[in-house]
Design a protein around this ligand. Sequence first.
Ligand SMILES: [Zn+2]
Length: 93
Amino acid sequence: MIQKNPVMRICISCRKTYDRKNLLKITKDHKQGILLHEGMGRSAYICQSKTCYSDSKIKKKLKKALKTSLEPKFIEIFEKEIKTYNDYPNKGI
Ligand SMILES: [Zn+2]
């Protein structure tokens, strides 16, 4: 058995470190623009604590982390995604 160490990433809101699979991943893909859960390029992570995904400055922090502006199309998808977290508060962590 090969023991796999979890990949740890920092949440852009609370700055705490978590296992990557418990985080919401946002990637600025070279070709496709900003994507959720996929893509290649600069990535930012948000943990699934209510404090973080309901952070009123989260989009500002995301913009800073990805060094890009957020397209309206992405914001729409993103807000839908974090709403899912609000609907299921016990999901993930
Ligand atoms: Zn967090």
